[in-house]
Design a protein around this ligand. Structure first.
Ligand code: PLP
Length: 386
C-alpha cells in the first residue's frame, strides 16, 4: 500500500466513533462530530435560560439560518435554502404547490428513485397526477436520455434522484434539465447521496428545486432535511402543505384565507424541529470547512481501492467502475449480503446492504486508508467462510 499524506485525518479526533469502529457507512449514517454535543448543550442552555424569548433570539428563523450553511455548500445564495424534517416532507412541500391540471398532469421520475419518494409521487394520483417511472435497464443505473425522452409538454414536474442509493451511480442531469426547461417543466432533485460527497453548484446546474438530508455525508444526524428553491421561483410558490410559520403575520392568528411571506419561511408549515437543527449544524459547518472538493478527492481514492480489491477477487461491483460516475459508496454483489453485513457488524465493521446491490461500503473524510483495508480484509474473510 502506498503511503499517502492525508491532511483530512486531522479531523479523525472530532469523530470518536471513527476510532472505535471501522466506520464505512457515511452513505447511511455519517459519524457524529463531537461538536454536535456542544450544539445540543447550547440548545438546552437557550431553552433553560431564555425560555419563550428563544423564538425571537434565534429559533423562529433557524430553518433559514441553518439553511444558509448549506447554501454555502450548494453554492446557492443565502435565503434560498430552508430546513425541514426530512427529504420526503421537503419534496411534499414543493409538490403540494404544483398543479397537475390544464394538460400538464405528468410527473416523470425513475424506477431507482428512493422508495419513500416513489410512494409520495404515486399518492399524487389523487390530485390528478399521472406518474411516468422511467425504468432502469440493469437495476443499477438510469439512462438520462430515456428520462429526457419521457419529458414533454404534458410534464408538470420532473422528480429524480441525482445519485442512486443502491449503486451510487451518478445520473447525468444535464440532458434531463435541458429537456425539462425546453418544455417549461421544473426539475426537483433528490441530492441526498450527493450532498457532502460530491461538489454541487446548484446555480450552475440550473436546478429548480434540490432536496437532501442530514444523516449521511453531512454528518448532521436525523431530523433535518433541506430544500433549495431557485430564487426567482420563490415568490410564485404557494405550497398547499403550509402553516402559520409561512404566514407574514403568524401572531395575528388570522383564520384565513392563507397569505404567504415573501422570504423562504413561506415554505415552512408548523413549529420547526429546533433540537435537530442545533445538532445538525455541527456536521454542516465541518463539511463546509473541510470542503466538499477535498472530501471528493479522498473519496475517489478510497472507493477506487474498494473497487480494485473486489475485482481482484472476482466479486461483482454493483457501482460504476469509473470513479467520475460513482458517488461516495461502493456496492459489492457478494452472496447473502444480509449474513455478511451482520457478521461484519459483529466484527465491528459498520456497513449496510441493499437488495439487488449487495454490501455497501461508504468511507468518508475521517476514515484512514487502514480503515478501508481492515474493512476489506474482514469482508474477504467473511465471504470466504460462507
Ligand atoms: C437517495 C435518498 N433519498 C432519500 C432518502 C431518505 O429520505 P428521508 O429524509 O425522507 O428519510 C435516502 C436515505 O435515507 C436516500 O438514500
Amino acid at each position: 500500500m502506498a503511503i499517502v499524506h492525508d491532511e483530512l485525518l486531522a479531523w479523525r479526533e472530532e469523530f470518536p466513533l471513527a476510532r472505535q469502529a471501522t466506520h464505512l457507512i457515511a452513505h447511511s449514517l455519517g459519524a457524529m462530530p463531537r461538536r454536535a454535543r456542544t450544539k445540543l448543550a447550547q440548545y438546552l442552555d437557550q431553552w433553560d435560560t431564555r425560555g419563550i424569548r428563544s423564538w425571537e433570539d434565534a429559533w423562529w428563523t433557524l430553518p433559514l439560518t441553518v439553511g444558509d450553511i448549506l447554501a454555502d455548500i450548494l453554492h446557492a445564495p443565502h435565503g434560498s435554502v430552508t430546513m425541514h424534517p426530512n427529504v420526503t416532507l421537503a419534496q411534499a412541500i414543493v409538490l403540494s404547490a404544483i398543479d397537475f391540471q390544464g394538460g400538464r398532469d405528468r410527473l416523470v421520475c425513475t424506477a431507482l428513485d428512493f422508495p419513500s419518494l416513489l410512494y409520495l409521487y404515486d399518492g399524487l394520483a389523487d390530485r390528478g397526477a399521472r406518474v411516468t417511472r422511467v425504468p432502469s435497464d440493469d437495476g443499477l443505473t438510469i439512462d438520462a436520455q430515456k428520462v429526457a425522452d419521457a419529458i414533454d409538454e404534458r410534464t408538470a414536474v420532473v422528480a429524480l434522484s441525482a445519485v442512486l442509493f443502491k449503486s451510487a451511480a451518478i445520473v447525468d442531469l444535464a440532458p434531463v434539465i435541458a429537456k425539462a426547461h425546453k418544455v417549461g417543466a421544473p426539475v426537483l432533485l433528490d441530492a441526498y447521496q450527493w450532498i457532502g460527497a460530491i461538489p454541487l453548484d446548484v446555480t450552475a446546474l440550473g436546478a429548480d428545486f434540490v432536496t437532501g438530508g442530514s444523516v449521511k455525508y453531512l454528518c448532521g444526524g436525523p431530523g433535518a432535511g433541506f430544500l433549495y428553491v431557485r430564487p426567482d421561483l420563490l415568490s410564485s410558490l404557494k405550497p398547499r402543505l403550509t402553516g402559520w410559520i409561512a404566514h407574514p403575520e403568524p401572531f395575528g392568528f388570522d383564520p384565513g384565507p392563507m397569505r404567504y411571506r415573501d422570504d423562504g419561511l413561506r415554505l415552512l408549515n408548523g413549529t420547526p424541529h429546533v433540537p435537530c437543527l442545533y445538532a445538525a449544524q455541527a456536521g454542516y459547518e465541518i463539511v463546509r470547512e473541510v470542503s466538499v472538493e477535498a472530501i471528493r478527492a479522498k473519496s475517489m481514492r478510497l472507493t477506487a481501492r474498494i473497487v480494485e480489491f473486489a475485482r481482484e477477487r472476482g466479486w461483482t461491483v454493483n457501482s460504476p467502475l469509473d470513479g467520475a460516475r460513482r458517488g461516495g459508496s461502493v456496492s459489492l454483489g457478494v452472496a447473502d449480503p444480509a449474513r455478511v453485513q451482520k457478521e461484519l457488524d459483529r466484527r465491528n465493521v459498520l456497513c449496510d446492504w441493499r437488495p439487488g446491490a449487495g454490501v455497501r461500503f461508504g468511507p468518508h473524510f475521517y476514515n484512514s486508508d487502514e480503515d478501508v483495508e481492515r474493512g476489506l480484509a474482514e469482508l474477504s474473510d467473511v465471504v470466504g467462510t460462507a
